[in-house]
Design a protein around this ligand. Structure first.
Ligand SMILES: *[C@@H]1O[C@H](CO)[C@@H](O)[C@H](O)[C@H]1NC(C)=O
Length: 347
């Protein structure tokens, strides 16, 4: 089993990995010495910081063994997919599988289901999201799911959003972790109470989605000069729900700490990249909660999961760009998930 001492020794071999600088800004209570080292702001130690940071992520990854039965490493559900959007739920669900989930379900509308099935025989697709019975139908699966990713390709149809409300309520009642992205965040901006105080929720807004949430929850237009402060405030206002603001750097907060992921990615911003992030994060959230706080050494489990998913998405983008340059698409990035994961987390 990997240990922190092992991570120190691994620094020597760290040259193979790209520079990741994760900075921790202390707003809350002081953290233990290891963490302060791990998230040191000193650029001179960036390789070591990266090693320590990635080690926290490595600590939550369940080892591959032949002893486990199918499903133990993650059964993930994606809620989204409608007439207009079928790519996003596919990208999220296939990313979850490629990160290491054993099973990936998609809960979409009746029309979207055959399209999503035709993209991949590897996904389990349920055509239930536009049924009057949607919340109950998804609810029946909840005991068998480890995390839900809500929002990829959801759209803003009122009937669908009402159904998703029911699904969110049922997930909270069962304590199923939820990652919320895209039009799932549109719903949260209309009704922040849906996630208020739910400690197993992670929101992954881009700039526009973040502004909308910030206005809805705090009544503040976004202060672009203080992104860290803005993310911290939104997280706190939502009762310490974990918030991942995607951008040139990804800024992550759980209401106590703020982390920044500026792992080198690429300058290519193709649509669908966010779905890769949300799908990967669904798996990492499950692993982090399963591993428990002792494995993440201070920062909350969800903070470490989010940092891992951000670094992984950036590494995929970088590797895909090296091969495909300007023509890089999300499919190219997904093809890099395996090698990028090994490179970051399995050295
Ligand atoms: C959120 O975290 C802050 C900082 O640790 C703490 O002061 C506050 O009480 C927490 N809020 C809730 C609702 O748990």
């Amino acid at each position: 089993m990997a240990t922190r001492a092992g991570a120190g020794a691994a620094v020597a071999g760290a040259a193979v990995v790209a520079v990741l600088s994760a900075a921790l800004v202390l707003y809350g209570p002081p953290l233990d010495a290891v963490l302060k080292r791990a998230f040191s702001l000193h650029k001179a130690h960036s390789v070591k910081d990266m090693e320590n940071t990635l080690q926290l992520v490595r600590n939550i990854i369940p080892p591959l063994t032949t002893k486990k039965h199918k499903g133990q490493d993650g059964r993930i559900g994606v809620v989204g997919g409608c007439r207009e959007y079928t790519g996003a739920p596919y990208f999220a669900a296939i990313s979850a599988l490629k990160v290491g989930a054993d099973l990936s379900h998609v809960f979409c509308t009746q029309e979207a289901a055959p399209v999503i099935k035709s993209y991949s025989p590897e996904l389990i697709v349920h055509p239930v999201l536009d049924s009057p019975d949607a919340a109950r139908a998804v609810g029946e699966w909840l005991p068998r799911l480890h995390a839900l990713v809500v929002g990829p390709g959801l759209g803003r149809d009122h009937v669908l959003l009402e159904n998703v409300k029911g699904i969110l309520e049922a997930s909270k009642a069962r304590g199923v972790p939820v990652v919320i992205d895209a039009d799932g965040l549109w719903l949260i901006a209309q009704e922040p109470a849906l996630v208020q105080g739910y400690q197993k929720a992670v929101l992954t807004p881009n700039h526009v989605e973040f502004s909308r949430l910030s206005e809805a929850v705090l009544g503040d237009p976004l202060d672009g000069r203080d992104r860290r402060g803005a993310v911290l405030r939104l997280s706190q206002a939502l009762g310490n729900v974990t918030v991942v603001q995607k951008g040139e750097q990804d800024v992550i907060s759980d209401g106590t700490q703020v982390l920044e992921c500026s792992h080198e990615g690429s300058s290519r911003r193709c649509g669908g990249q966010g779905d890769l992030l949300s799908g990967s994060l669904g798996v990492l959230v499950h692993w982090a909660l399963q591993a428990g706080p002792s494995k993440t050494d201070g920062p909350s489990s969800l903070l470490v999961a989010a940092l891992g998913a951000c670094a992984l998405t950036r590494q995929c983008s970088r590797q895909a760009f090296q091969k495909h340059g300007r023509s890089t698409t999300t499919t190219d990035m997904i093809a890099e998930l395996g090698p990028a994961f090994s490179r970051l987390f399995e050295d």
